[in-house]
Design a protein around this ligand. Structure first.
Ligand SMILES: Cc1cc2nc3c(=O)[nH]c(=O)nc-3n(C[C@H](O)[C@H](O)[C@H](O)COP(=O)(O)OP(=O)(O)OC[C@H]3O[C@@H](n4cnc5c(N)ncnc54)[C@H](O)[C@@H]3O)c2cc1C
Length: 351
């Protein structure tokens, strides 16, 4: 039996779990996820009849293997495309008709978390939610053919042993796990150094719901010159199945500097500030008073660069694999999914 332990249940982990389960007959995969849901930053919430993606907005059709995974392997029932375009706004809040570069902007009627839910559902893997891994342990006394990795969660429970260990958390959290690992090897230091170097963008997201419809010709507005405190405003009602008729819901993402400066500020103040800026950009005073709101701080929203590959490959000799958007070098769902498939291929080849 090949015992595989995966920390984190993001898109990359889901793709890897699916591919490993397909390719290795005797695979026994255990996925340990700290939160209550799966799919990580491709996150969806439901409130009554309202469904909204409050992390990633949509998945692009940029990678052929990922397109095949989403439209060939997985059931396409409920897969929907946002057809309205993306326009731009500048530092003064002036809106212009933008060029919509994305061929498809996919999500699901039930939200983006369907990607991981559907991938995991195709496997025999054990998925343990609300299990935060605190410590990695490598058994120094195990023989080369023995499983060498164990994991400890924050309740002190031990998981494993595993022949192969995969780490899916964002780079800073993966670095933290490796820094405190009981693993006496030179490669650990160069690995931590490389992973710590990955820079991240922080995003504070406001979710603003209104009991009326907005008449706009676009799905979303992106700040093209990156000089506005808001980076992105999207109309969730453009996603089929998300917002009941007669209502609207805006996803408003602050830019990095604003998000860092206000990350721990009063929630109500933050929402009021984002709503006020949205009023100016969309030129609609009614947007001052949403009837309900939600929010999420994403300290590690998207990696802004990739990671040095050498130390990651060296760690693979110890059956330790990192996977995720930061390993791919692009903070996108399709990049994370593709990386999960690529990493699983290397694991299969190593067996
Ligand atoms: C605000 C925002 C907007 C975005 N917009 C887009 C977009 O429009 N299009 C797009 O393609 N991408 C977008 N992205 C990026 C996209 O969400 C990510 O690239 C992708 O989801 C990353 O997947 P992943 O598997 O690499 O990691 P994650 O999704 O981060 O998964 C890692 C998982 O590990 C878990 N974890 C962490 N530490 C532990 C631990 N110690 N123990 C157990 N579990 C742990 C986490 O809870 C998480 O579930 C956006 C992201 C954000 C935040």
């Amino acid at each position: 039996m090949t015992r595989i332990g995966i920390v984190g249940a993001g898109a990359a982990a889901a793709a890897a779990t699916y591919a490993l389960d397909e390719a290795i007959d005797d695979a026994s995969v255990t996925v340990l996820e700290k939160s209550r849901g799966v799919c990580g930053r491709a996150a969806t919430r439901r409130r009554g009849d309202v469904v909204y993606d409050y992390g990633a907005n949509y998945v692009k059709s940029e990678d052929d293997r990922v397109v095949d995974l989403l439209t060939g392997t997985l059931d396409t029932d409920g897969l929907v495309d946002v057809e309205e375009p993306i326009w731009t706004f500048d530092r003064d809040g002036t809106v212009s008709e933008g060029r919509d570069a994305d061929e498809h902007k996919w999500t699901y009627r039930q939200g983006l978390t369907q990607i991981a839910k559907r991938l995991f559902a195709r496997t025999d893997a054990t998925i343990r939610q609300e299990t935060r891994i605190d410590r990695l342990i490598r058994d120094a006394n195990a023989g080369p053919a023995d499983p060498q990795w164990r994991l400890e969660d924050d309740d002190g429970e031990t998981w494993g042993p595993f022949d192969v260990l995969c780490l899916n958390p964002p780079a800073p959290q993966t670095a933290e796990l490796l820094r405190s690992a009981a693993w006496d090897a030179d490669v650990r230091t160069s690995l931590v150094d490389a992973i710590e170097d990955v820079p991240y963008r922080t995003v504070w997201t406001g979710v603003l719901h209104y009991p009326f419809e907005l008449e706009k010709p676009y799905y979303a507005l992106v700040n093209a010159d990156k000089d506005h405190e808001i980076g992105w405003v999207a109309r969730e009602e453009c996603k089929p199945g998300h917002i009941p008729e007669g209502e609207s819901l805006l996803i408003v993402q602050a830019n990095h500097d604003w998000s860092v400066a206000h990350y721990d500020d009063d929630l109500g103040e933050n929402i009021r500030a984002l709503a006020a800026m949205t009023v100016d950009i969309l030129d609609d005073d009614r947007l001052t008073d949403p009837d309900w709101t939600d929010h999420q701080g994403w300290r590690y929203a998207q990696p802004e660069a990739g990671v040095l590959e050498g130390p990651l490959r060296a760690a693979e000799d110890a059956n330790l694999y990192c996977l995720g958007d930061w390993v791919a070098g692009e903070g996108r769902i399709h990049a994370a999914l593709r990386n999960g498939l690529d990493v699983s291929e290397r694991i299969v080849l190593s067996r």
